[in-house]
Design a protein around this ligand. Structure first.
Ligand SMILES: Cc1cc2nc3c(=O)[nH]c(=O)nc-3n(C[C@H](O)[C@H](O)[C@H](O)COP(=O)(O)OP(=O)(O)OC[C@H]3O[C@@H](n4cnc5c(N)ncnc54)[C@H](O)[C@@H]3O)c2cc1C
Length: 407
């Protein structure tokens, strides 16, 4: 009896996991991974700044876009952190945990994850064809005819694991799936730096505080943690995690007059009233100084200059001459320093793509298309995206595991 062929389109995180689980379960399958690039797992190599944040101890459904929560439940429950730990241990990668539950390979080298996934695929006899871009897939009766830049082949089953164009990635998977009648929801960058007006003087400054995203004075989302100023706007993990709501706003924006602001709280441990009392006290003891030094020792000096200037005060103004109303303004600004956002940086800068294959068209218990028997879809190409911290790779492993086991 001839062996069944399984073709996996895309040699990334989810495609490799799918291939390994499919072959382990069914050694008789002939599996080939087709990869457009010269090398497979290119994006995995870049993850976690070359350290690969594989997953997160705090894995839960609410770390992903709300519309995906129901869909991903089965895949994540079947392949949680302990299953990921066992899988990676089975290929030789041990886990090590850092702040915020972030899990990395013990040697903190993404290249080891790549090496060991490749070694396991090789050991199982999975074929890998690089520089092989799949340009067309057609269903012909019970099999698929696939066309690459160099050949035409037949497969019994297909997994589309093409990823997205975030981080300089390439994905023609959307077009292939559209040809099979799948819907692609609007795509926009997420986990990305945010553009904002007026941050240039603070470029390079970092602080730990809170950021709120405001639309017409209403808070859309907020988060606390490290925030970094750049010449184009704001960055750092806290901002990257809030970027989705800003990116979505600009992707869907119809009313040109609508604006979005990022409000920063530089002193989260104090209320505005407490800061005002503190400033009254400082005016008493630092009255002989200029406003330039008024907040010195409380917040970062460069940030303090911007606060003083935004309060319409001169750095040369004597502290004793600051009015109570000036102090109230300074206290307010220390808790609510707003920057108008102009959007987010482009896809090439983003870690993940929001939007993708419409989830109602995929079976959440197998990852098989509800439109085409024998066609499976995994990873970031689906309308699933998580915040930063290992959740996006976890989705790639979990969806790959489910598709591989279901074949
Ligand atoms: C800079 C950066 C850092 C990141 N860091 C982290 C992190 O630390 N933790 C985390 O959880 N997530 C991180 N991510 C996100 C994570 O890397 C992705 O979510 C994950 O790799 C998606 O897996 P995937 O299998 O869906 O796609 P990918 O891993 O992108 O693989 C898809 C593959 O398919 C290939 N392909 C596409 N179309 C075709 C075609 N037609 N024919 C043949 N091949 C094709 C592509 O070339 C690619 O190799 C990061 C992303 C970036 C960009």
């Amino acid at each position: 009896m001839s062996k069944e062929n399984l073709f996996i389109i895309g040699g990334g995180a989810s495609g490799f996991t799918a291939s390994i689980f499919a072959k382990r379960k069914n050694p008789n399958l002939n599996i080939t991974i087709f990869e457009k690039n010269k090398r497979v797992l290119k994006k995995v190599l870049a993850t976690g700044n070359g350290r690969c944040n594989i997953t997160n101890k705090n894995l839960s459904l609410d770390k992903y876009n709300r519309e995906s929560e129901k869909f991903i439940k089965y895949a994540i429950n079947s392949f949680g952190v302990s299953e990921a730990e066992s899988f990676f241990a089975s290929i030789g990668i041990l886990f090590s945990e850092e702040n915020g539950g972030k899990i990395y390979p013990m040697n903190k080298q993404a290249s080891s994850v790549v090496d060991m996934l490749l070694a396991e695929a090789d050991h199982l006899g999975i074929d890998i064809k690089c520089e092989s871009e799949i340009t067309s897939i057609k269903k012909k009766g019970s099999f698929f005819e696939i066309e690459s830049n160099s050949e035409k082949l037949r497969a019994d089953k297909i997994i589309i694991s093409c990823g997205s164009k975030s981080g300089g990635g390439f994905s023609s998977g959307y077009d292939i799936l559209k040809q099979f009648g799948h819907t692609i929801t609007p795509l926009f960058p997420a986990v990305v730096q945010v553009k904002a007006i007026g941050t240039k003087p603070l470029t390079g400054m970092k602080f730990v505080g809170k950021a709120k995203i405001l639309k017409s004075k209403k808070i859309l989302e907020e988060a606390e943690g490290e925030i970094l100023f750049t010449d184009y706007g704001l960055s750092g993990p806290t901002i990257m995690n809030l970027s989705r709501v800003i990116s979505k706003f600009f992707a869907e924006k119809k009313n040109l007059k609508e604006e979005i602001f990022i409000s920063l709280d530089f002193l989260t441990e104090f209320t505005e009233e407490e800061i005002y009392s503190l400033l009254l006290e400082r005016r008493k003891i630092l009255g002989h100084l200029n406003a330039e030094l008024f907040l010195n020792g409380v917040i970062n000096k460069k940030i303090s200059f911007e606060v003083i200037k935004r309060a319409n005060l001169k750095l040369s103004t004597p502290v004793y001459s600051l009015s109570n109303s000036d102090l109230k303004t300074v206290a307010y600004l220390l808790k609510n320093f707003e920057f108008k956002s102009e959007g987010v940086m482009p896809f090439i800068n983003s870690q993940v793509c929001a939007g993708g294959v419409e989830l109602s068209q995929i079976d959440p218990f197998t990852m098989e298309s509800k439109k085409v028997n024998g066609l499976f879809v995994t990873g970031e190409i689906l309308n699933v995206d998580g915040i930063c911290g290992g959740y996006n790779l976890h989705w790639a492993w979990a969806s790959g595991h489910l598709a591989g086991k279901s074949i």
